[in-house]
Each structure stands twice: as structure tokens, then as C-alpha cells.
Write a protein that binds this ligand. Structure first.
Ligand code: NAI
Length: 453
């Protein structure tokens, strides 16, 4: 099948950047990203400085290809109909109600996509799971497509996305690997090859792995679980450092220099956030329980439990510093996104820290380099902040001075924070980034591996 038109359903953190890069690297293919949220589509079509998501390098790529062979539209029906290949890049959050609530992935958006594809297709299509899905979801998608289609042939592939927010464009240009799972049938393998041909425009052949669908689906969950496990491992050791006088950064260096272990994901922090790690591990735990593998489920669940423990342990340090009396204390939190170089705050550790301190009466102010005031305000509602003590939000352009705060909480590793004026406030370093002698001399710094006094 010759691919002239690609449609991607979901214009979010994955759909936007991945399709921008495919369009950039494949000028012979028209790529249209559709979304049910018309406001988002409007923003994707607006000034590149205000795209709905912030990613280094994204605006430059969009600037070059938008209107050439990259388009954003809210006409889902028309774009499904005219495309030979359809990516599903919709959100798959943790279920909040029904069977598996709090653990299993909520597949309602993926199922809605499959229904739309079945409804609007008039010719054969290759349908690609780009969203992270529980293993064997392709079966469910196939069921929906078969039920509603009229003799049209759909080939389902799994092509999980491994980009990391903050480095998405770099990751997409130079992927460690691209994973494509498909059926072992002749038509399945043909579809796999069609997608291989697209990636081959810029990814070396040896980095494109073709698997069965179930391996591809599970590999994504397993990768995220292993990455998060390293963070929880090092974070658990930061608590032991606090008791023993060991230094967590020295420990990370010593451990990471062992080539069997490697240095990545060994930086202690207040805990991982983001839309993926927690939900994907919970999903893995749910799957293991579903298959009766209770010990395996408990093993992975521990990664989440340590992450929650680390957020609480860090917040307790702040509370203890004020002897539990936070009423009216002005505390500045620097960093709201779940990590630097992103405007995504889903499951950000900052949210949990801020919420707890607000509940104890602290006057919180928030500074972030990339988050809009609107997005932060939405978080207060989504995460149920008490309405009579909402934090105030500082403008990223103006405020770099935090002299009058009773305490500063650093929740980002952005190097620009070292230029800020913290006066003589006590600094709680949630990323262990302040090793600067100049700051150390002026400020009391409480880090993850040191006791308060
Ligand atoms: P997102 O929430 O940023 O974007 C999803 C978009 O899909 C939203 O704009 C939503 O309006 C749209 N949508 C939902 N249902 C729709 C429907 N039926 N029709 C049309 N549009 C619909 O989500 P994000 O972060 O892009 O994640 C998408 C998937 O990719 C998830 O499964 C996630 O686990 C996975 N993933 C995310 C990564 C990340 O760093 N954010 C990295 C790798 C995978």
C-alpha cells in the first residue's frame, strides 16, 4: 500500500512532535494531526511561540513544515477517510471508576478512536497504536474495527513511543530504537514493512525492531517500569544517606561508573512525575494481578510506593523546619512542571508538595519557566487544592527575586535557577542541584540526603 496521507488522532505531547518529525523527514507524505479539542487545534495553527506544548526545537520544525505537508485539523471524519495510515496517539490515563479503578488504563479514548476509524473508513487502512496500551489491547481494537466495518481490511500495528518530554525532538530525530509490532500473517508483515519504510527515511535499519504485537505493547510498559525503578532505587538510598552521612551524589557517581549499571536515571530527586511512569507501572501491576502473578505485581508496586514516600519525606523536612507551624509562612516553589524544559505538570511532585503545604496554611508562590498561569490554575482545580488558600503565580518574565520568602523549594534542575537571588532564605533542594559554593555560603541548603540540622 502506498502511503500518501497519514492521519494522527491526538494532538498532544506525543501526536504533535512525532507527526511534526515524520512530516519533516518525509516531505512526500501529507500528515494531518486531528483532535477532538478544537481549541488545541487552533493553537497548533497559531503563532509558533504559543504552540500548545513546549518542547525545545519543536517550534522550529513546525515552522518549516506546517502548511507544506503538516496540517492540524478538527475534521476527524474527513482525515480518517482520506488517509491510508492512521496513528492513535490519544491519552490513556489511569481509570478512575469501574473495574480496575486506580490501576488499569482507561481505554475509552482509544476505543472512541477505533469507533471513529470504523465509522469513517471507506477503504483499507493500517491502524497504529502509538498510545501506551496494556498488552493485548490490539485484540480489543480489532474487535471494534471488525464489528463496525463493511468488509474493509484493517491491519493493526503497535508502534509505542519512547520520546521523553523535554528532549522529544532530539529523541525523535535520533531514536535509540523504533519498535514495530505486527501480525505474523502476510498482510501483517506487509503493513510492518510499510511502516519500516517510513521510519527508514531517517532511522538506521538496525535500530528498527520488528516484533510481534504483544512484545511491542509490553516492551513500552516494561521500559517505563525499569526507568522508574532506577529513580525509586536511588531515592530510597537518599533516605539511607540522610541517616548515615553518606552523600547521594557521591553514591550515584560510584554506582553509575560500573558499566554494567551505567550513569543514567541515578540522580536523586523528590520523586518522579509526569503522565507516564506512574500510570504505566500501575497498569503493569494491574496486568500482573490479572494473570495471578501477585508477587510480580507487588514487586513493581513498590516502585510507586517509594516514589510516594520520597515526596512525603521531602515535604516533612519543610514542615519540620517550621516546627509544624506553617500558618502565614511565605514559601516559594520554583518549578511546577514535572521536570525542566516542559510545560507538562501532570503528576508533578511540585503539585503534591504545594498542596500539602497549602493545607497547613502556608502562603505558597509558584515560579516556572514554561508553564502558563492558566495551566497552573487548572491544576489547583484538578488536584483539589483548598479553595481558600490557592498559591499565587509569579510571571516567568519578571520575578527572579525571592528575598522575602521564609523558604524556597527547588523543584527543577534548570541551571538558570543558580542566577536567582534567594536572599538569605533557607533552600530545600528537591533536585540536589545546588552544590554551588557561593549559594552555600549565604543560604542554608537542606537537600535530600542531609538531615535538617
Ligand atoms: P495528551 O493528553 O497530551 O494528548 C492526547 C490528545 O488526544 C488530547 O489532545 C485529546 O484531546 C485527544 N483525544 C482524546 N480522545 C480523542 C478522540 N477520541 N478523538 C480525537 N482526539 C482525542 O497525551 P500524550 O501525553 O500525548 O500521550 C498520548 C499517549 O502516548 C498516552 O498513551 C501516553 O501514555 C503515551 N506516551 C506519552 C509520552 C509523553 O511523554 N507524554 C511518551 C510516550 C508515550
Amino acid at each position: 500500500m502506498e502511503i500518501k496521507n497519514i492521519c494522527c488522532i491526538g494532538a498532544g505531547y506525543v501526536g504533535g512532535p512525532t507527526m511534526a518529525v515524520i512530516a519533516f523527514k518525509c516531505p512526500h507524505i501529507n500528515v494531518t494531526v486531528v483532535d477532538a479539542n478544537s481549541e488545541k487545534i487552533k493553537a497548533w495553527n497559531g503563532p509558533v511561540e504559543n504552540l500548545p506544548i513546549y518542547e525545545p526545537g519543536l517550534a522550529e520544525v513546525v515552522q518549516q513544515v506546517r502548511g507544506r505537508n503538516l496540517f492540524f485539523s478538527d475534521d476527524i471524519a474527513e482525515n480518517i477517510e482520506k488517509s491510508e495510515m492512521i496513528f492513535m496517539a490519544v491519552n490513556t490515563p489511569t481509570k478512575t471508576e469501574g473495574q480496575g479503578a486506580g490501576m488499569a488504563a482507561d481505554l475509552r479514548y482509544v476505543e472512541a478512536c477505533a469507533n471513529d476509524i470504523a465509522k469513517y473508513s471507506k477503504s483499507d487502512k493500517i491502524v497504529i497504536e502509538k498510545s501506551t496500551l496494556p498488552v493485548r489491547t490490539a485484540e480489543k481494537i480489532e474487535e471494534i474495527l471488525k464489528e463496525n466495518s463493511n468488509g474493509i481490511h484493517f491491519e493493526i500495528l503497535s508502534n509505542p513511543e519512547f520520546l521523553a518530554e523535554g528532549t522529544a525532538i532530539e529523541d525523535l530525530f535520533k531514536s535509540d530504537r523504533v519498535l514495530i509490532g505486527g501480525d505474523k500473517t502476510k498482510s501483517g508483515q506487509k503493513a510492518v514493512q510499510t511502516l519500516v519504510n517510513i521510519y527508514s527515511n531517517w532511522i538506521p535499519k538496525e535500530k528498527i525492531l520488528t516484533n510481534n504485537v504483544w512484545s511491542a505493547e509490553l516492551a513500552k510498559l516494561a521500559s517505563n517500569a525499569m526507568l522508574a525503578q532506577r529513580i525509586s532505587s536511588i531515592n530510597s538510598l537518599s533516605a539511607l544517606c540522610e541517616k548515615t552521612g553518606a552523600d547521594i551524589d557521591e553514591l550515584s557517581k560510584a554506582i553509575g561508573m560500573d558499566h554494567r549499571i551505567g550513569p543514567h536515571f541515578l540522580k536523586a530527586s523528590v520523586g518522579f512525575g509526569g503522565s507516564c511512569f506512574q500510570k504505566d507501572i500501575l497498569n503493569l501491576v494491574y496486568l500482573c494481578n490479572h494473570y495471578g502473578l501477585n508477587e510480580v505485581a507487588e514487586y513493581w508496586h513498590q516502585v510507586i510506593k517509594i516514589n510516594d514516600y520520597q515526596k512525603k519525606r521531602f515535604t516533612k523536612k519543610v514542615i519540620e523546619h517550621f516546627n509544624g507551624n506553617l500558618k502565614g509562612k511565605k514559601i516559594s516553589i520554583i518549578g511546577w512542571g514535572f521536570k525542566e524544559k516542559t510545560n507538562d505538570s501532570r503528576e508533578s511532585a511540585s503539585i503534591y508538595v504545594a498542596k500539602w503545604l497549602c493545607e497547613l496554611g502556608a502562603k505558597i508562590e509558584i515560579f516556572d519557566f514554561h508553564m502558563s498561569e492558566d495551566k497552573i490554575k487548572k491544576d489547583f482545580i484538578t488536584y483539589d487544592f483548598i479553595t481558600n488558600n490557592y498559591p499565587t503565580i509569579l510571571s516567568p518574565e519578571k520575578e527572579k527575586i525571592f528575598k522575602s520568602s521564609h523558604a524556597i523549594i527547588l523543584m527543577t534542575g534548570d541551571p538558570r535557577i543558580t542566577k536567582f537571588n534567594f536572599g538569605s532564605s533557607c533552600v530545600f533542594d528537591g533536585r540536589n542541584v545546588l552544590k554551588l559554593a557561593s549559594l552555600k555560603s549565604k543560604n542554608k541548603i537542606i537537600s535530600l540526603d542531609k538531615p535538617n540540622d
